[in-house]
Design a protein around this ligand. Structure first.
Ligand code: ZN
Length: 450
């Protein structure tokens, strides 16, 4: 362990630095060791996972993997970029509650674009001409223009970048960001995008009726799922497009609107649809097992209706295991108490809230009764039976810890977002046994006769 600690001294210091708390150093070392030597996860992924485990922001660790300003689209919740500040103006604004606040705004640029920015941070001690790395900013579309915003959680660092520093940026002639027609893939679709062009295959489509509340008119709409090699999206068509399940189409001038916290591709009056002449999209069978996406991309996108994530369970949260639900409203009881229907014994149920991390991000994952039974390898009745003998309902949570914690998993399901972030509701879970991985490797080696 000491050897490990010496070898990774720099990483351990950085983790402690980012966490900014009196986190036990020995615990951090032991966690990092478990990830790196025990589970063979690369050091930078392991480092990020340890930081996240203790509630830190791993972005503070990295030089943001920035993208050119011209590639920032509207409504991105988390953008990293490097830019030169071209103008910096202080401004006083009056908030809704009547309080006044100082903000800073101006323009910033790189060799690809010039964008307007607003900083909401209390202090903004940077002068025009300074080159900065910004992590955790967000973008908004305003008057058909892309603006970047630096909120409280944005990280701004001054950097030495001679090339960018010396670059003459002509504000007038620059690209002001793209809000019109753009070639997309499903993975890049985000809420608020307009004029998206893409090639897709329709997985399923159904006609539905809805009543327009203002006119009381009954209209038809068509909805279902579409996919390309990058992902699956739900879609809504407001006119009869004659699209059929299984067929491939070219969509031009679609737009993206959020529905239940997930981006939904909309086919509106101005959207055109034509059958693809050369269908080079994956066949229907390719979508049966689901498409994998890194959690980071999933979060940037705002979620998905059907996606696969490969990662590690880094924690099983409290409230997992054997729970009791209200017999009336199914809310989870606390101390035999429903917040609406009062004291009772309730109905027993099983569930799991696990934090799954794939190195690019983490997501709270919910396993229902059936999947929790699958992971435990025993039924609800078995669990109730074991409680009768050990009088310890917490033992089911311990069993879940044993079954899941630090184990590689493949989960397939859909997401929902609320104020607390993105939640993943699993429809399938596969425990990738690390022993079996090891066994396979050993078999392979012996087969090769090494
Ligand atoms: Zn209730």
């Amino acid at each position: 362990m000491q050897e490990f600690e010496e070898k990774h001294e720099k990483h351990i210091e950085e983790i402690l630095n980012v966490l900014e708390t009196d986190q036990d150093r020995a615990q951090i070392v032991s966690d990092l060791h478990k990830f790196v030597d025990g589970y063979k996860i690369d050091i930078s992924t392991a480092r990020a996972a340890v930081i996240r485990k203790y509630g830190g922001n791993p972005e503070a660790l990295f030089t943001p993997s920035s993208k050119p300003l011209s590639q920032i689209v509207g409504e991105e919740p988390n953008v990293n970029f490097r830019a030169k500040l071209l103008t910096v103006n202080q401004k006083e604004i009056t908030l809704k509650d009547g309080n006044k606040r100082q903000i800073h705004e101006g323009t910033l640029g790189d060799s690809s674009a010039v964008l307007r920015y607003t900083s909401w941070q209390e202090e903004f001690p940077y002068e025009a001409g300074t080159v900065v790395d910004v992590g955790g900013a967000y973008s908004k579309v305003w008057n058909e223009r892309i603006d970047v915003n630096m909120g409280d959680r944005a990280i701004i660092n001054i950097v030495e970048d001679e090339a960018l520093s010396a670059l003459e940026i002509d504000v007038g002639s620059m690209n002001k960001g793209t809000t019109t027609s753009q070639e997309c893939t499903i993975a890049t679709l985000q809420n608020g995008m307009n004029g998206v062009n893409l090639n897709i295959r329709v997985l399923d489509i159904e006609k539905r009726e809805f009543v327009n509340k203002t006119t009381n008119e009954t209209k038809n709409l068509w909805s279902g799922q579409m996919a390309d090699a990058s992902g699956v999206t739900r879609f809504t068509a407001w006119k009869d497009t004659k699209m059929e399940a299984g067929k491939a189409y070219r969509i031009e001038s679609g737009y993206v609107k959020e529905w239940q916290g997930v981006p939904d591709l909309n086919v509106g009056d101005y959207t055109t649809i034509s059958p693809l002449e050369i269908d080079d999209l994956p066949p229907m069978e390719a979508f049966e097992a689901g498409l994998a996406m890194p959690i980071e991309s999933l979060a940037v996108r705002g979620g998905s209706t059907d996606v696969v994530v490969d990662g590690y369970v880094i924690n099983v949260r409290e409230g997992s295991g054997l729970i009791f639900r209200c017999t009336d409203c199914k809310r989870v009881l606390r101390n035999n108490q429903c917040m609406v229907h009062g004291k009772q014994d309730g109905n027993p149920d099983l569930r799991t809230k696990a934090i799954v991390d794939d190195g690019t991000g983490s997501v709270t994952t919910f396993l229902d009764n059936t999947l929790t039974e699958q992971v435990l390898g025993k039924t609800l009745d078995d669990c109730l039976e074991s409680i009768k003998s050990n009088f310890n309902p917490e033992s089911i949570k311990d069993d879940l810890d044993k079954a899941l914690k630090l184990k590689p998993v493949k989960i397939r399901g859909f997401t929902r977002s609320d104020d607390y972030g993105m939640m993943f509701f699993a429809k399938e879970v596969t425990l990738l046994n690390s022993d079996s991985v090891k066994e396979q490797a050993e078999n392979l080696i012996s087969e090769m006769g090494v």
